[in-house]
Design a protein around this ligand. Sequence first.
Ligand SMILES: [Ca+2]
Ligand SMILES: [Ca+2]
Length: 394
Amino acid sequence: MMVLLAAFIQDASPKASAPANSIPKIKTTRVWRDVELVRPVQLVARPDRADKAYVLEQAGRIIELDATDPSTGKGRVWLDIRESVNDRNNEEGLLSMAFHPNVAKNGEVYLFYTAEPPRREVLARFKLKADGIEIDPASREVLLEVADPAWNHNGGTVLFGPDGMLYLTLGDGGSGNDPWGNGQNLGVLLAKCLRIDVSKKEGNLAYAIPSDNPFVGREGARGEIWAYGLRNIWRMSFDRKTGELWGGDVGQNAYEEIDIIKKGGNYGWRPREGFHATNGVPDASESAEGFIEPIVEYPRKDGVSVTGGFVYRGSEFSDLQGVYLYADYAFGRIWGLRALDGKLVAPPKPLLQRQGNIASFGELNDGSLYICITRGGADGPGQILKIMQSTLAD
Ligand SMILES: [Ca+2]
Ligand SMILES: [Ca+2]
């Protein structure tokens, strides 16, 4: 009886809708085209205000955008902290921002940037002024500073999870092949995804460590760590439907990877790169045992630096629903894939290739997705493009 019923339901499903594992082609259209942007590295939504969006310039400015109609929207400088940001090298600068989920009440904004001297990563909290719009530059409170041995591999995305906790990625410090062994060292914060509670302070910390973090109470381990063995997660995002945390981990010499980041997970750096033993390091591991393997990887012929994206959850393009979009920064390629419960159900499909570096994806409150394009000074200004579905899924 159950079998017959299931067969009946299947037959009755609408023929017009695309198969659940298909991925449609996409196109892009430029938005905020009159706003002058220099190296835009992140587009950030404000949870309580759909009429505003913010774009970070790597040097340390934040531009507030009118998001009521991105096709014509204007922008203005909202914050300028260039004096306290070090952006001398390609991977340095103002890297990420997140509004507190309850920003309408507490006015809290979190910034992640590199600074020197001494060379370090900084997580700082700023407050909005009483009008709830302007940010108070004098309100800065440094929550976390992490000494950094090299200019490269600085992470990092700061964002809030569905659990209200702040998540932050830090790179392995830099140089090449993790010479300090930070990836597998639970005693340091580099090469990790962190999870902290910014609603309280604990001991001499400017935040609290959630008691359900995976390494709380383990001798020699930092309680802030949520996951480890991550070489340099530049961009990560939560799937707003499933709560899964997706990250793009930038590779060394061979493979770029996409990971779903889980509590306590060891993602293999540096013994592993993608699905492989890391080439030429003493602790390379042929076995994946004890490590969480990526969802997907891609080799050097397809790109050299992954930019993690978002799972599309907007309502505008129905066939894109549930597709995870990501890119290669240097090659300007975008792929889409589908996964269910952490398992790949539709392999990566190349969707687009374009000029310029794809520094970041951004998601607005309605689930619409955008990319930030950076170019070198003489190559022209930065751009923000909206991602659109261009055909029905095939
Ligand atoms: Ca570094
Ligand atoms: Ca890995």
